[in-house]
Design a protein around this ligand. Structure first.
Ligand code: ADP
Ligand code: MG
Length: 361
């Protein structure tokens, strides 16, 4: 088990990278604590697989250093780093049985036959593979093959970390949920550093204690699901986490208020003061659940037009127009809203201010 530090990691697949867009990773500087359950979450193409392969040693970064427990492993192979990695698609020995596939990583390490048998049966039990333990891998369904791949990643208890690269892509949705729970249980038992790559926020937020959000080759925030929800460090985090994502409105500041297309939105003093000292393009952000939609102006209500009301069961998603801006509000069941003119209140404590995409703090 290890604490993994990344120092100034950049990576380009080009031989002579020149401009910023030539880099798949643009300067990753983060620490993954020993025993943590992490998710690395970001849209397709943002650099997740590249980063995972650099952590495991399959890929050598263009620049930067990787430390495991303070020791520089930058030039070591995955075997030397003692890493288990599970890929998006099954990687198995087709001619071997399930038992053989699961036993292989242990035989390679000189574990005794008794211990191998015990451990393989344990892992097979956890993943419900006992019934096919003597079947050849070649004859298995895609689901089962991927479960065996997961098993190969989990079979050794002495690894520095286990890295999963979207391991449930080929798995049926029902089973996905089940396997995610299993992985979480296994983490709670073994306390091995786990890094789980996904583009699916539900998967990330239910699996991990800490979620790293990646966009365009950068990690913009690492935090608990609650941190990411309540205090996004970057507009991308606000937009990517939550459904629908955070609302953003470009604004200017006047005294303790934000001005959006002539509308006046009161801010708390501290936020406004910080904003006035900040250069760059300003936006306020607020989660749909915190917008309060009313049928009268009240105090400081901002006039909007209700365009659409979507019933989602226990709440409704209401689409509002504020001047030329679209806002989405999550309105609880039972609270009246109708199409046409309405007023929306922005509770000060839930307004976040961003300058050039970064939160102002
Ligand atoms: P993700 O796993 O988040 O989908 P990747 O790490 O696979 O993203 O890719 C990051 C970027 O690097 C993408 O622009 C992708 O096209 C590029 N890329 C990935 N692998 C290679 C490769 N072997 N050669 C050239 N470019 C690559
Ligand atoms: Mg990938």
């Amino acid at each position: 088990m290890a604490r993994i530090e990344l120092h100034d990691i950049t990576h380009s697949y080009l031989r002579r990278p020149k401009k910023e867009s030539d880099y798949a990773l643009k300067g990753i500087d983060d620490t993954w604590e020993d025993g943590g359950a992490y998710a690395l979450l970001g849209p397709s193409g943002c650099g997740k697989t590249t980063l995972l392969n650099i952590i495991s040693g399959l890929l050598k970064p263009t620049s930067g250093r990787i430390l495991y427990d303070g020791k520089d492993v930058s030039v070591l192979t995955p075997e030397k780093r003692n890493i288990a990695q599970v890929f998006q698609f099954p990687v198995l020995y087709d001619t071997m049985t399930v038992f053989g596939n699961l036993a292989f990583p242990l035989q390679n390490r000189g574990v005794s036959n008794d211990d191998i048998r015990r451990r393989v049966h344990e892992v097979a039990e956890i993943l419900d593979l006992t019934g096919v333990i003597n079947k050849r891998a070649a004859g298995l369904t895609a689901d089962l093959k991927q479960k065996v791949s997961l098993g190969r990643g989990l079979v050794r208890a002495d690894v520095a970390a286990i890295l999963f690269d979207e391991p449930l892509t080929v798995i049926d949705p029902h089973l996905k949920w089940h396997l995610r729970r299993k992985l979480k249980e296994i983490h709670e038992q073994l306390k091995i550093t786990l890094i789980y790559v996904t583009h699916d926020q539900i998967e990330a937020l239910t699996f991990a204690d800490q979620v790293a959000i990646m966009v365009e080759g950068e990690i913009v925030q690492i935090g608990t699901p609650q941190d990411l929800f309540e205090n996004p460090a970057h507009t991308f985090v606000g937009y990517f986490i939550g459904s629908p994502g955070m609302n953003f409105l470009e604004c200017t500041l006047e005294g303790d208020t934000a001005r959006v297309d002539g509308a006046v939105i009161p801010l708390d003093e501290a936020t406004a003061a910080l904003g006035r000292e900040t250069k760059g393009r300003l936006e306020i952000g607020i989660r749909p659940m915190y917008l309060d939609v009313r049928s009268d102006p009240g105090e400081a209500g901002v006039e909007v037009t209700v365009q659409m009301i979507e019933d989602q069961g226990s709440y409704r998603i209401v689409t509002l127009m504020l001047g030329g801006h679209i806002l989405r509000a999550k309105v609880p069941e039972g609270k009246p809203v109708s199409e046409g003119t309405a007023w929306v209140h922005f509770p000060k404590q839930w307004i976040r201010l961003f300058a050039d995409g970064r939160v102002v703090t």
